[in-house]
Design a binder for this molecule. Sequence first.
Ligand SMILES: CCCCCCCCCCCC(=O)SCCNC(=O)CCNC(=O)[C@H](O)C(C)(C)COP(=O)(O)OP(=O)(O)OC[C@H]1O[C@@H](n2cnc3c(N)ncnc32)[C@H](O)[C@@H]1OP(=O)(O)O
Length: 230
Amino acid sequence: MTTALPPTIRPQDRSFLGEEQVAVRARLAEEVRALIDAVVLTDVPDAEIAEITGQVRALTDRLGAARLGAAPMADTPIDGLIASGMSRQLGNPVTGVLNPVAPPIPFEALPDGSVRSVFTLDEPYEGPPGLVHGGISAAIFDQVLGMTAGMSGVPGFTATLELRYRRPTPLRVPLTLKARITRREGRKCWADGEITTPDGRVTVEATAMFVTPRHLLAEEADEAQEQRTS
Ligand SMILES: CCCCCCCCCCCC(=O)SCCNC(=O)CCNC(=O)[C@H](O)C(C)(C)COP(=O)(O)OP(=O)(O)OC[C@H]1O[C@@H](n2cnc3c(N)ncnc32)[C@H](O)[C@@H]1OP(=O)(O)O
């Protein structure tokens, strides 16, 4: 029996893009990221803003002329990290190279199974003046700890995520997030991590637990059964 998810959320039902298609769209997203920054910080006259608004609307209409039903996936894993799942999710709001809302956060898998991300956040991610918004830190931890769990062989949804904001996290400086697995038990996986400033001071610590959803396991078992009988 197939425990079907709605088609738009099944990776296998999405459009898969090749390297060149990803590269072309990633350049667009990068420009739009710069546009977001310019929109937040612009001080050009109001009349010019009104004119630019019309031009942006026209660009939105051109891009919207052909529209997918859901964000596409990369046909090869980004950075070779995990062979499936969210490493290929190009529209992800934290790591997605095609999503201008994403910083995007890069990943480096270290030989000991831990993960390191080095990134800089600027004005569009501001919470308190000059500082990173706490919810942005939470989203980054959610994704990075989740991918660390996935890399350890227990891909899952976030069941719990706890953050301890020790010090303010500054904008416009390179931040380092390190994450590691602390425990695995069946479908459950615990990970923790911290964000540090260039002088090595920890600003935020996080602990999370991920659970491989029962319905995903059921779906995998169904697919294996279908392959055996075909
Ligand atoms: C996948 C590709 C991704 C691969 C890539 C990963 C990158 C991910 C990064 C982004 C992650 C997200 O944002 S995910 C989006 C935010 N999270 C969600 O929307 C999750 C919503 N919740 C759910 O879908 C569900 O509750 C699940 C999947 C968490 C669990 O449902 P389930 O599969 O039916 O499991 P269930 O039998 O209830 O529970 C199994 C065991 O886990 C425990 N448990 C379950 N939920 C919790 C909980 N919130 N807090 C404590 N413990 C819990 C149960 O007590 C039980 O322990 P025991 O009795 O066995 O001891």
